[in-house]
Design a binder for this molecule. Structure first.
Ligand code: ATP
Ligand code: MG
Length: 570
């Protein structure tokens, strides 16, 4: 490929809205163009890298016996009504009507479509296991699309779905995919961790996220300093000592006036008590039912853990009207004692190690002091619903939890019968009895993986590709475009490399040497072959490795084997 004819324009600056380095560099290197918020053109350079990531994915999945298909992006509402998700999947699902007024959506994921596809072919246990994947465009109307390809609204995903005869076989499929993901991200050259992940709406215990470690990551990971325990903070647990409270001096419950003191900070200053002497009461809508969530005053409620503990499909903060209705007070005065409406109470287990606490009185401008959680109210469920913290003890050994930022590039999920049961995806088992398939689902964000690679591989000059995912492995740069000898040697090396099947580009533009070299570093070609008049006098070329910056003078006739060897090390 010749750069003079290639569809690429590089830029000195990126637009202000580009906050993270992958976004900045992909714009500057002419890889992507924004079409609308969270929607991008993948220009030829980006598309080449995307194709390489997809090839790695296909190779690793195909060799493990997976089968590739392609499902439509447009999905009929009926299937989502059958699974129940039409009702509770939030505004991220882009819904629309066709000319006959029938409801459709743009697929954010494909559990419904594939379950329908499979049930129409599945008859006997003899056909299973099936593990089917596709690489396809997804649409999610994200509330805050940002960071370029990292959180887009339209993006490319590899999604796979396994169908097995029973739980045991399904877990086997799950770990087959876990291994495939490990191999894929290794081959892509990423530093990553597989961490325990929240199963959220789906329930159950088994899910892992593959997190690329980077400061710009939106996820927080806690991992043990000693053993291999690692989890998303949504799911992480620590080994907390929960002593019985000191009951030698239990107060009686008292109502105190706290005019206009609504937040824990305000009220703790007003009453002269520290935040850990408070109970925080939050009203959530859990699958459309109000629930009071009780956590220690100095901590935050963990919505993913609440969702898991209540096996709920959705957990969102209640609006002001609902809070007023269920508490009988203005927002800021909720508490577990004397709620106006009888609603479910879920309490964090740490509060039972404490007495003489303060909480809202469910009466505007009043709080209660002297609360004893054992004595004063009855929770419907006691669970761990707060966040583990850095420095706390590991749940598995005597190490401590350390904190990292991560970019979730993939997730594997054991689904059980969440979709196969409501959608009747069944087969005849060994005994001729109807049985429901057990499923798993597995996603990789292909375009997010590309962005994550750049987050981990760049310097102040630009991107640093590894050959496995580089748009081109080698760029040949004739330094003096008007020098015939320079150009003919460059063309010769370019054609030899091309014949060997190496992805090579030649910068045949009529530009200055410095300009070409800056572009080569910005786009980040792993190997750059500089053909210059001066070194040619000694029959040599200069070969630069982008990652190390190391430049070596090599005889012209040894250049090609040298490049082949160098590519293997980068
Ligand atoms: P997130 O928590 O980041 O919103 P998710 O957990 O909702 O992602 P999954 O449903 O697990 O995402 O989707 C599988 C993969 O698709 C993710 O691991 C991620 O790599 C990718 N992905 C999800 N949402 C986006 C997005 N908005 N833009 C780019 N890639 C995405
Ligand atoms: Mg996920």
């Amino acid at each position: 490929m010749r750069l003079s004819k290639y569809f690429v324009t590089t830029f000195k600056e990126a637009p202000k809205e580009a906050e993270v380095i992958s976004h900045i560099l992909m714009i500057r290197a002419g890889m992507i163009q924004k079409l609308a918020a969270g929607i991008y053109n993948y220009l030829p350079l980006a598309q080449r890298s995307i194709a390489k990531i997809e090839k790695i994915i296909r190779e690793e999945l195909d060799k493990r016996g997976l089968q590739e298909c392609l499902m439509p992006a447009v999905q009929p509402a009926e299937l989502w009504q059958e699974s129940g998700r039409w009702g509770y999947y939030g505004p991220e699902l882009l819904r629309f009507k066709d000319r006959k007024n029938a409801d459709y959506c743009l697929g954010p994921t494909h559990e419904e479509v594939i379950t329908d596809m499979v049930r129409r072919n599945l008859k006997s246990y003899r056909q299973l296991p099936w593990n089917i994947y596709q690489i396809q465009t997804k649409f999610r109307d994200e509330v805050r699309p940002r960071f370029g390809l990292m959180r887009g609204r339209e993006f490319i995903m590899k999604d796979a779905y396994s169908f097995d005869v029973d739980e045991e076989a399904s877990i086997k499929s799950y770990y087959l995919m876990y291994d495939a993901y490990t191999a894929i991200f290794k081959r892509c050259g990423l530093k990553f961790k597989a961490v325990d992940a929240s199963t959220g709406a789906i329930g159950g215990e088994l899910s892992h996220e593959f997190q690329v470690l980077a400061d710009s990551g939106e996820d927080t990971i806690l991992s043990c300093s000693k053993c291999d325990y690692a989890a998303n903070v949504e799911k992480a647990v620590s080994d907390r000592v929960l002593p019985k409270p000191d009951r030698s001096n239990v107060e009686t419950m008292k109502e105190v006036a706290t005019p206009n003191q609504k937040t824990i900070e305000e009220i703790s200053a007003f009453l002269g008590r520290s935040a850990d002497q408070f109970i925080k009461t939050l009203i959530y809508m859990v699958d459309d039912q109000p629930v009071a969530v009780i956590v220690p005053g100095e901590q935050d409620a963990n919505e993913a853990k609440i969702q898991g503990a209540l096996h709920a499909n959705s957990v969102v903060a209640a609006d002001e009207e609902t809070v007023k209705r269920v508490t009988g007070a203005e927002v800021g005065f909720a508490g577990p004692v004397g709620l106006k409406e009888k609603i479910k109470i879920i309490a964090d287990k740490q509060i039972y190690s404490r007495v003489n606490l303060v909480c809202g009185a469910n009466k505007t401008d009043f709080h209660l002091t002297g609360i004893d959680p054992e004595r004063d109210f009855k929770a419907d469920l006691v669970a761990d619903i707060t966040f583990a913290k850095v420095g706390e003890k590991c749940p598995h050994c005597d190490g401590v939890l350390e904190q990292y930022r991560g970019i979730e590039v993939g997730q594997v999920f054991h689904l059980g019968t969440k979709y196969s049961e409501p959608m009747h995806c069944t087969f005849l088992d060994k005994n001729g009895k109807d049985s429901t398939t057990v499923m798993g689902c597995y996603g990789i964000g292909v375009t997010r993986t590309l962005a994550a690679f750049i987050e981990q591989n760049h310097d102040d000059k630009g991107i640093i590709w590894s050959p496995a995912v580089a748009p081109f492995e080698v760029e040949v740069i004739p330094l003096q475009s008007n020098n015939e000898k320079v150009c003919s040697v460059a063309e010769d090396i370019y054609s030899q490399l091309g014949k060997l099947g190496i992805d090579v580009l030649i910068d045949d533009r009529d530009e200055r040497a410095g300009f070409k070299m800056n572009d080569a570093d910005l786009i980040g070609f792993p190997v750059q072959v500089q053909v210059g008049a001066r070194s040619l006098e000694n029959g040599q070329l200069e070969i630069k490795a982008r990652r190390t910056g190391e430049k070596v003078l090599v005889d012209i006739d040894k250049a090609v084997p040298y490049i082949q060897d160098l590519l293997k090390t980068l």
